[in-house]
Design a protein around this ligand. Sequence first.
Ligand code: FES
Length: 152
Amino acid sequence: MSDKNRLMDLYRRSVLQHSREPKNFGRLESASLQAEGHNPLCGDKITVYLTLAGENIEEITFEGIGCAISLASASMMTETIKGKTILTAESTLSDVVDAFTHPEKPWDSDQHGELAALSGVRQYPSRIKCATLPWKTLSAAIAGNHQTISTE
Ligand code: FES
């Protein structure tokens, strides 16, 4: 199997697994920060919730209605970001959004772990906004932005 086929196989399996059983799904009543993101192209919306302990993101959850890619991306995002400092979370989310939206950039699978599987979405340009929706919503939550953010 070529590297590209292996990546696409991993992509399909990860999206399927995380969308069927999303991690950290649900409302976080104790959230100190939250934001809502909207993809106007399909109408899907998700909300990201955070609780902070000092500079650390102690808890992160999400809820909403989305396609398999947006749910899988949100699920993997919460697993990646939980326990990180705000600074590290901001740097990771900027790297990930950059990697999704600039297909020519190499994806560092050592650095991004399972998230590397999501880079397979770059083969489907019309679905990239599905993958970035949770990350842009997380960015708004960290910034304390109470307006609904849009992928457009
Ligand atoms: Fe709506 Fe993917 S189709 S977020």
